[in-house]
Write a protein that binds this ligand. Structure first.
Ligand SMILES: Nc1nc2c(ncn2[C@@H]2O[C@H](COP(=O)(O)OP(=O)(O)OP(=O)(O)O)[C@@H](O)[C@H]2O)c(=O)[nH]1
Ligand SMILES: [Mg+2]
Length: 294
């Protein structure tokens, strides 16, 4: 994972070292770096910010060695993650009972699988999660969640097809309260019938559920689309944290830093496979180790 970004940064560092940090030749190298970052899913604003900060640091003689350059890149990128803050998920889900989470994301990104993985994660930690199928539009959506529920031994709350997602979500909260569930995980639709507005439906769900957390799921393999989706959902519905699915097959590497830079919200987990255990807490330091040369 993230292999290509690592080679972009490694090559850049070697090139700058080989021109001996010459300020005259630097601009050309920074232009080259920007283009390579862009072609590996790093958003334009991020590539420009990195490049202009590097330019200044080298101009000001702050960065004069290979080690300092790597260190400077690390601090710069880590700064974006710091700005987005962090959430201790294990602690957060224990702060209210039931802790209500609404999942957002377009169809096919891995939303339902991610919900099942998180339910499994919570169950392993001794909590009692309930999964809710609030996608009442797409045929098969309810059954899909039930299949996951059966496999991991987690109950699933379903509604009839065609009823409003908000009413299913609302009923599920009362159900969870009366049965003593610790965490409610609400799956929503990623696409509506043409006559229904997705954003309106999601806003209604949020309005009746009053979730403690709204988690956006994106698919790393969609690159810039994932970043656009993050902007869209954050603006239209609001996003508190992000899960990036399908990272196991993702080589470019720019999606995590670009999303965090774009919406200033933390990444909670990454999906690293199709099994229920293939979910990892996201750690910015580990990400940096994967994308920067040693
Ligand atoms: N390799 C890999 N595959 C994943 C991951 N997460 C999900 N998938 C696969 O992606 C496909 C779609 O996953 P779903 O969970 O059904 O996606 P969804 O967003 O709920 O899709 P719809 O409900 O159809 O809109 C499935 O084949 C999953 O197994 C992951 O982290 N890694
Ligand atoms: Mg689904």
């Amino acid at each position: 994972m993230f292999r290509r970004l690592k080679s972009v940064f490694s090559n850049f560092v070697e090139r700058v070292a080989s021109i001996a940090f010459s300020k005259e030749k630097l601009l050309g190298e920074l232009e080259e770096l920007k283009l390579e970052l862009l072609s590996n899913d790093v958003a334009l604003e991020v590539a420009e910010d990195i490049s202009s900060k590097l330019n200044k640091a080298i101009e000001d003689n702050v960065v004069k060695s290979r080690e300092k350059l790597v260190e400077y890149l690390k601090e710069t990128i880590l700064g974006y993650f710091r700005e987005a803050g962090s959430i201790e998920f294990d602690k957060a889900v224990r702060s209210e009972r039931p802790f209500k989470i609404v999942f957002l994301g377009v169809n096919g990104v891995g939303k339902t699988t991610t919900i099942a993985k998180i339910a499994y994660y919570l169950k392993e930690k001794g909590l009692k999660p309930l999964m809710v199928a609030a996608d009442t539009f797409r045929a098969g959506a309810q059954e899909q969640l039930k299949i996951h529920g059966d496999r991991i031994g987690v109950p699933v709350f379903t509604g009839r097809y065609g009823v409003s997602p908000a009413s299913v979500a609302f009923d599920s909260i009362a159900y969870a309260k009366s049965r003593g569930f610790d965490v409610v995980l609400i799956d929503t639709a990623g696409r509506m019938h043409t006559d229904v507005d997705l954003v309106e439906e999601l806003r209604k769900v949020v309005k009746v559920v009053k979730p403690h957390m709204k988690i956006l799921v994106v698919d790393a393999l969609t690159g810039n689309d994932a970043i656009e989706q993050a902007r869209f959902f954050n603006e239209k519905v609001g996003v508190d944290a992000v899960v990036i699915a399908k990272v196991d097959a993702y080589e470019q590497g720019g999606v995590p830093v670009s999303i965090v830079y774009a919406i200033k919200k933390p990444i909670l987990f990454i999906g690293v496979g199709q099994d229920y255990k293939d979910l990892k807490l996201f750690d910015p330091i580990e990400y940096l180790e994967r994308i920067l040369p040693a």
